[in-house]
Design a protein around this ligand. Sequence first.
Ligand code: NOJ
Length: 491
Amino acid sequence: MIDRRQFLGNSLLLGAGAALSRYARALPIAASAGAAAMPPIDVAGARFPPNFLWGSATASYQVEGAWQEDGKGPSIWDTFAHTVGKVKGGDTGDVACDSYHRYKEDIALMKQLNLKSARFSIAWTRIQPSGTGSVNQKGIDFYSRYVDALLEAGIRPMCTVFHWDLPQALEDQGGWPNRDTYKAFADYAGIVAKALGDRVTTWAIFNEPWVFTYLGYCNGIHAPGRKDWKLFLKAAHTVNLAQGEAFRAMKAASPKAKIGSAFSMSPGAPASDSAADHAAAERYHAMNNVFFLYTAIHGEYPKAFAGDPPHDVMGVQQGDSKIVQAPLDWIGINYYNRHLISNAPDVPYVQYSDIMPAVGPITYNGWEVWPWGLYDIVTRISKEYNRPIIEITENGCAYSDGPLPEDPLRAPDPRRIEFYQGHLAELARAIKDGADVRGYHAWSLLDNYEWAEGYSQRFGLVYVDFRHQKRTVKDSGLWYGKVAAANHLNV
Ligand code: NOJ
């Protein structure tokens, strides 16, 4: 058992990281805030159901490279990364981990780590280079080979249809704020479900829809870098339409498909006891956590706004309530950290602001390590959505540890092992308390392209030397491999 004091003590010994988060600012707050009631973390006692799926996750633009190969068209991330000043160090995903060519090596690593599930995403522009129209067979063939290689290794393919790399040609026509994009997306989703649906049965439609709409169209730190609340609200509505329409297109193309989406979720506690902060925390939950889940299930928007939902700004039309509905077969949760929420009347539409506390240890990229947040969000979603099937589609941390100069085959990263121990123990507690969690995906298999942060943040179980494309399994990877084989944390 690690109790809270040991946990925080370790954090002091290990030191804090440098950069600040791209989602929220980590601020030191009174050490007592939110800390008093945390239960001890029971690593040794953590239990997982039989057949629990231990996996890892990656995404097309972050690992594939081969940005112009075999007929691929440009995506908004190609454009954004090639624009001076948008990405740290001018890094691009042109080569990334070169997984387009080295995928067999990557899958061999997954097998070596005893993984049973691989979450990956498809680059839309490999399938339809300009987002609509004829299909590029070479793109289909690549993912088909990838899926075959996973199955041969005894690994379940979990395929994400969209992980942020919108075709540039569609952005040129207005991107996600353009309502027409939902139809183009559903066509594309139907194409991939038809092409791979004989072998892929677990699908995530979107990855983190709040993140790519908000960061892409409202605060502009991600592609396509536009900054306008109204564009964000329109984009969010198109994405909701797209999710519902894609769900139906994919079921029609592959009736056995089990379809969910991977949502970014961070529990948000009110920053004070005031009624205003409590109400703000509820708006935050509705907007940041379930804006694309509640809507799919209920066919209407959750109470994310200070007033009524701004349907006119969002471009909501009669009949949309039906289109947005999608009875998802499972819910994917990407969990990284918790937030504290305050009422903020100056913030348009939602009128809240959020910060990330800094009570727990801080990772290299400035995110607070808070395993209890995973328990909190999983149990909340389990209750609110009537005990759905849940998969943890991402969880992980950035630390820069790499191979030892004196022993380059070893890459000790004790803080990452501790991170996973804590989060997996809290996940097991959520399962014990009734959540139906079927699988867990570490983000990420490989160090990779961390969007606007370029290659500066390493989230991998496997270290990547980007210059030589050499992979070295970190100690956390070896540890996770043992956990996957044992189905418990006592390894
Ligand atoms: C969420 C995203 O889905 C993934 O692309 C990103 O690299 C990780 N979180 C870490 O920030």
